[in-house]
Structure formats: structure tokens, C-alpha cells
Ligand binder design. Structure first.
Ligand code: ADP
Length: 459
């Protein structure tokens, strides 16, 4: 058994199975054996099962949210937000199952018909991280099942409890064994079993770039399809013509979400010269008013980081920046509460060469940089191996358009700090991965296009 700890106080919240290699292999076999039956079900039948599942979970969203707070540390309002976000995918793909349309193409041959159909890719596997333990799984499984694929998932061993609860509700809704399987144990061994099994035709992974690259290389052996949602180093760019208060509010809410442990978290905040000092002061003032605490309460609070590794990394990055000349405007050290709490921190006077600029911080640290003009900030924003999301605040229409074209990212968000919902294609470029999740683009990742030529029709 694997113990699951509450990051707010170190208590044990529950346990998850420590599956052996043989158990994982048996679960993979069930996933593969279930594929022919599931893929041949009517799309409406699959959609109906997803819909029933969505309704059962929605009725108990508070139960899920409280468990999520206990295993992950985020506060209750955020946990409820995550449950609704995840449920949005199950609802969306329950509907989308019926809309995996193919095509007909004007025939190149006489007396023939050209048909293009989309067929489910096969049995699939997924590996998910701890920062959105519910949403990540809901998003992957709902898409796979809607497309007609079966799926085996390995959630993060740090946060497997909401995942197993979701599985329990799937069974209650009538989604059978094999169609949706779950395992936990040794991540490396399970990953190896997923990638080396030639019956698994696709892997969807969300996590670090390092592990994503390992898995992608291994998947090259039998050319498995992949969707990779990896790390980010999001620029958050504020021009001096922006709506100032909106930009401050957008930044603070985007950054403090899940204590900054989010791949789309603003990692480098670029503020134009003329408003820079006022902006830094306004952010610090707003952040100082937010409490740090455990999450089981109605008020929005900044929760703990996930584990000691997480807090050590944040502390190291902040200390390194301090030594290199950063100005600590707010916070700057582990919180007096102790444990895994870190003070919400605002750093200014930063340079692009510092480690904090080049590393995904994954903590409640606002790293603020000064810039002079558009051309310069585009160059600096793109000067990273990552390309997941960029936020830009400006009221100049031409500039908004140019920025949306010139930024290298899978997602560009103008005048808002909010990115995700079920209806948009989420994903990155460069070392942030490839493939998209959500929207009708998401389902394309789980199908293979088959061209059928029906010739000799007049015989
Ligand atoms: P994070 O920094 O978000 O924890 P990881 O990439 O380490 O990112 O973890 C994301 C997911 O990948 C988790 O479910 C974790 O257990 C899993 N994982 C970690 N190492 C491996 C590995 N070698 N092979 C397969 N999965 C792994």
C-alpha cells in the first residue's frame, strides 16, 4: 500500500494500491481485451455512459473537492473549481462522442466513392501529475472513451485518492472493467510497461519535460501516438497601455492558483518601464492581503506546496535570485507556519540570466522583470525552450494582434489570466510538448484516419 499524505499537516489521508508488475500487466490486458467491444458500441451509448458518470460525480462534487483539498493542499474554492473544470470535459465529450465526423472527397476515379472515416486509435494509456489530480484524469479518460478507445491510467502516487474515487463512480455509472483501468505503484516500472506493450497504441502524458522526453523516446520503438503536456515558462507581459487594475488582478489570481504549482502559471512577469514600479507595488499590496493556510475553509487561501522537494526548489530559486541582486518586495522565505508553506513572494530587479527566469518555479513567487519596447519583450519572452502559454495585457488592437502572432506558444491569452475550459485546445509547442486536449481537436488525438476507396460501383 502507498500512504497518501496531507501536505498541510503531514497526516495520512488514505492509501492506494502498490501494484506489482503482474497486476499492472493484467490490467493492461483487460484494457486491451475490452477494446473491440467498446469501440464497436454506438457513439450514443458511449456518450450516455459518460453523461451518467458526469451526473453522479456532479451530485457529489463537494465530497470530491474535500478529498482533493486533503491530498493536494489547494483550498476548497479552488478544488471545487477543479472538479467543475474536470466535469466539463466529461460533459463535453459525452456530447462530442456523436460528432466524430468523417468526410467524403470527390472521387479521382470513375464509378467510385472516396470515404474518410475516423476510427478509435486502440487501447490507450495515460500518466498524470499531482497538481490537478481530478481534472487531468477526467480530461484524458473522457476524450479516450468518447473516441471509442479504452484507457489505463496511472495517476500520481502523491494524489491518487480522487482518481480512485472517480474510477469508483465510473463503475457505478456502468463503465466496465477494462474500459477504464487504474494502477499505482512504481512510476518508472509502470511507465516502462505502458510504453513497451505493443498492444497499447497511444499514450497521453502530463508531467515534466524530462520524463515526457524519456517516454517519447521509448514510444518511438513501436511508433505509438503520444500527447505530451509538459513544462512551461509562461511570460506574462503588461504594456503601459493596459488596463492596470485588470492586469494586477489577472496576474495575482493566475499566479496564486494552486500556490503557483501549475504548468501555465505566469513564470516571468514582464512589465513596461513607465508602469513598472507602480505595478510591482500594486501586486505586492494585493498579495499581502491574502492569507496562507490549510485549505478546508471558504476563504481563498494560499496552501502548502506538495512536498519537501517542491519547497526546497522554490527556496533555492529565491535564494539564488537574492544573491544575484534581486529585490525582495514581499515574502522571500519559508512561511513561519513551517511544514510545506512558503510565503507568497514578490521579486523585482530580476535579469533573464538568473535561474529563476529559466526554471519553472512551481511556487507562489512573482518574478517581475522590466522591459522597454515590444520588439525587446517578444525576443525575451520567446527566449526559452518552452512554449505552452503566454499572457499579454494591452488595449492596442494592432499590438494585441502582433503579439498573438509573434509569441511562440500553443496558447496566447490577451487581457485575461484565465486559460482553461473544456471547449478550447489546450497544449504547447517546443519543449512544452505536442498534441492538444479539450475541444474537438482533443478527440483527433485518439482516432486514426482511414481512407476507403469504393471502386467498381457500377458493376
Ligand atoms: P512532476 O514534476 O509534475 O511531479 P513528473 O514528470 O515527475 O512531474 O510526474 C508526472 C507523472 O509522471 C507522475 O504520475 C509520476 O509518477 C510519473 N513518472 C515519474 N517518473 C516516471 C517514469 N520514469 N516513467 C513514467 N512515469 C513517471
Amino acid at each position: 500500500m502507498i500512504n497518501v499524505f496531507n501536505p498541510a499537516d503531514g497526516s495520512v489521508v488514505g492509501t492506494a494500491p502498490d501494484n506489482s508488475v503482474a497486476e499492472v500487466q493484467a490490467a493492461i490486458t483487460r484494457t486491451c481485451d475490452a477494446f473491440p467491444g467498446w469501440s464497436r458500441k454506438l457513439a450514443k451509448e458511449r456518450g450516455d455512459l459518460l453523461r451518467r458518470w458526469f451526473e453522479l460525480v456532479r451530485a457529489d462534487r463537494l465530497v470530491f473537492a474535500e478529498l482533493l483539498v486533503r491530498e493536494n493542499g489547494k483550498c476548497l474554492s479552488e478544488a471545487l473549481g477543479e472538479i467543475d473544470y474536470g466535469l466539463g470535459f466529461i460533459e463535453w465529450y459525452a456530447e462530442e462522442a456523436k460528432r466524430v465526423y468523417g468526410d467524403t472527397i470527390p472521387s479521382h476515379a470513375a464509378n467510385a466513392q472516396v470515404i474518410v472515416v475516423k476510427e478509435p486509435a486502440g487501447p490507450t494509456a495515460a500518466i498524470t501529475p499531482w497538481n490537478f489530480p481530478f481534472m487531468m484524469i477526467a480530461r484524458k479518460i473522457a476524450t479516450a472513451l468518447a473516441a471509442g478507445c479504452t484507457m489505463i491510467i496511472k495517476p500520481s502516487e502523491l494524489t491518487p485518492l480522487t482518481a480512485y474515487k472517480l474510477l469508483e463512480y465510473a463503475r457505478r455509472a456502468g463503465i466496465p472493467e477494462g474500459v477504464f483501468e487504474m494502477v499505482t505503484g512504481n512510476p518508472k516500472d509502470i511507465g516502462q510497461l505502458f510504453v513497451s506493450d505493443t498492444r497499447i497504441r497511444k499514450i497521453s502524458f502530463t508531467g515534466s519535460t524530462a520524463i515526457g522526453k524519456l517516454l517519447a523516446s521509448a514510444c518511438g520503438n513501436d511508433l505509438k501516438k503520444m500527447t505530451l503536456e509538459l513544462g512551461g515558462n509562461a511570460p506574462f507581459i503588461v504594456f503601459d497601455d493596459a488596463s492596470f487594475d485588470d492586469a494586477v488582478a489577472g496576474l495575482v489570481s493566475a499566479k496564486l492558483r494552486n500556490s503557483g504549482q501549475v504548468c501555465i502559471s505566469p513564470n516571468r512577469v514582464y512589465v513596461q518601464d513607465a508602469i513598472h514600479d507602480r505595478f510591482v507595488a500594486a501586486v505586492a499590496q494585493k498579495v499581502a492581503a491574502i492569507r496562507v493556510d490549510q485549505g478546508l475553509q471558504d476563504e481563498f487561501v494560499v496552501g502548502p506546496l506538495i512536498n519537501q522537494l517542491g519547497i526546497d526548489k522554490v527556496a533555492e530559486l529565491v535564494d539564488d535570485a537574492k544573491h544575484a541582486g534581486a529585490k525582495v518586495v514581499l515574502g522571500g522565505k519559508p512561511h513561519a507556519k513551517g511544514g510545506l508553506f512558503y510565503e507568497p513572494t514578490v521579486l523585482a530587479n530580476l535579469e533573464d540570466e538568473m535561474r529563476v527566469a529559466q526554471t519553472e518555479i512551481f511556487g507562489p513567487v512573482f518574478a517581475i522583470y522590466r522591459f522597454r519596447n515590444e520588439e525587446e519583450v517578444v525576443r525575451r519572452a520567446n527566449n526559452t525552450e518552452y512554449g505552452l502559454v503566454a499572457y499579454v495585457y494591452t488595449r492596442d488592437l494592432g499590438r494585441a494582434f502582433r503579439m498573438s502572432r509573434n509569441i511562440e506558444a500553443g496558447m496566447v491569452i490577451l487581457n485575461s489570466g484565465s486559460v482553461g475550459t473544456a471547449s478550447i485546445p489546450f497544449g504547447g509547442v517546443k519543449h512544452s510538448g505536442y498534441g492538444r486536449e479539450g475541444s474537438y481537436y482533443g478527440i483527433e488525438e485518439y482516432v486514426e484516419v482511414k481512407y476507403v476507396l469504393m471502386a467498381g460501383l457500377d458493376k
